[in-house]
Design a protein. Structure first.
Length: 356
């Protein structure tokens, strides 16, 4: 073994993609290097293909931290062995501690492609069965490359990907990729990804589309329904109370506008009210679309021919009622947007639950 100082720019980082990044560990190492400097050298070997640059076998996290600290030189320890022997030795010394199934798969696939090892040879090197090697290679083949990159960056939990995204990728690669991007954006846990996969697997085509487009919304909705169930309220009762609460709050706010509340608030507060109403209008429009999709055209109630065109169905919300909610500053008299205006047990309870 030879210890030396090497220019980081002269190193070959061909095996960096075999590891998953951990932002938390990177931050801790960065703080340590900034305070105490480099204490442990990286490990390099001479390239088997005759390239002049030395190949890094271990120490990629240290290299990234040194680059962030604008350091050009790294302490290195050169092993006098081949690349393949160095890779297997490094893994043996670490005893596979903290190694994920995907990192194993990446290493197995790299050794197969770069050095032409057969499944039987790989099984001997890893002290595993050929079927274990085949399963690891299947992870690399079945999981789209874009998702593997998100895992390497530490944006998707490797265990979640191996357990839940791989079977989803087998069933529908396109939806799996779109879902993975949204999972990465919200940094969801393995348990949360498991809930999403179970709902996608058991859901209809429309439900799957909604889950893929906004998995975070699905999780928040699921948690809300579970909270309702723990309070003794099922989804049906909860939905009725929510709609009743919206109607009751709308009536109360409209009444306050007619009493002169808008004239009594400052211009900044008026802007706040206006922006809030715009957000409410967008949310109500989305809610209306979701309810319409959930009801479905084939289950929709036929129009009552005895009522005039444009009339709302009995007990429902008409266009005037909806405007009562979203056009609150200009609210005027009109029939109540839900029920008969005198309140009900459901409406009263819903209003009490919704107002902080």
């Amino acid at each position: 073994m030879i210890t030396m100082d090497l220019e980081i720019s002269e190193l070959d980082l061909r095996y960096e993609t075999l590891r998953v990044r951990c932002p938390e560990k990177d931050r801790r190492l960065l703080a340590s290097l900034s305070e105490a400097g480099q204490l442990v050298p990286i490990v390099v070997v001479a390239a088997d293909d005759g390239a002049e640059r030395r190949v890094v076998v271990d120490g990629y996290r240290r290299i990234r931290a040194l680059l962030r600290l604008r350091r050009d030189v790294v302490d290195a320890l050169e092993w006098q062995t081949s690349e393949i022997e160095a890779l297997l030795l490094r893994r043996s010394l670490s005893n596979g501690s903290g190694e994920t199934s995907l990192e194993q798969a990446w290493l197995v696939d790299e050794l197969r492609r770069r050095f032409g090892l057969t499944i039987e040879e790989l099984a001997r090197h890893f002290d595993r069965s050929p079927s274990w090697v085949s399963r690891r290679l299947a992870l690399v083949r079945e999981l789209p490359a874009s998702i593997q990159d998100l895992i390497r960056q530490g944006r998707i939990v490797p265990h979640a990907a191996a357990k839940h995204l791989v079977p989803l990728a087998r069933a529908n690669p396109d939806q799996c990729e779109r879902l993975a991007m949204n999972i990465a954006a919200h940094r969801l846990s393995t348990r949360e990804v498991g809930e999403i996969h179970a709902a996608w697997r058991d859901g209809s085509a429309s439900a799957r589309q909604h889950i893929v487009e906004d998995p975070d919304l699905f999780l928040r909705t699921r948690r809300a329904l579970l909270e309702e169930s723990s309070d003794g309220l099922g989804p049906r009762t909860g939905l009725l109370e929510d709609v009743a609460a919206l109607a009751a709050i709308s009536r109360r706010a409209s009444h306050r506008v007619r009493e002169g509340a808008v004239a009594a608030i400052s211009p900044a507060e008026r802007d706040e009210v206006r922006h809030g109403l715009e957000a409410i209008q967008a949310r109500l429009a989305r809610l209306a679309r979701e309810v319409k999709e959930a009801i479905g055209g084939e289950h929709a109630r036929p129009a009552d021919k005895s009522r005039g065109p444009g009339s709302a169905p009995k007990g429902g919300l008409d266009s005037e009622d909806c405007s009562c909610v979203v056009d609150l500053p200009g609210g005027g008299a009109g029939r109540p947007p839900f029920g008969n205006g005198r309140g009900s047990k459901v409406g009263a309870r819903g209003e009490g639950r919704a107002v902080p």
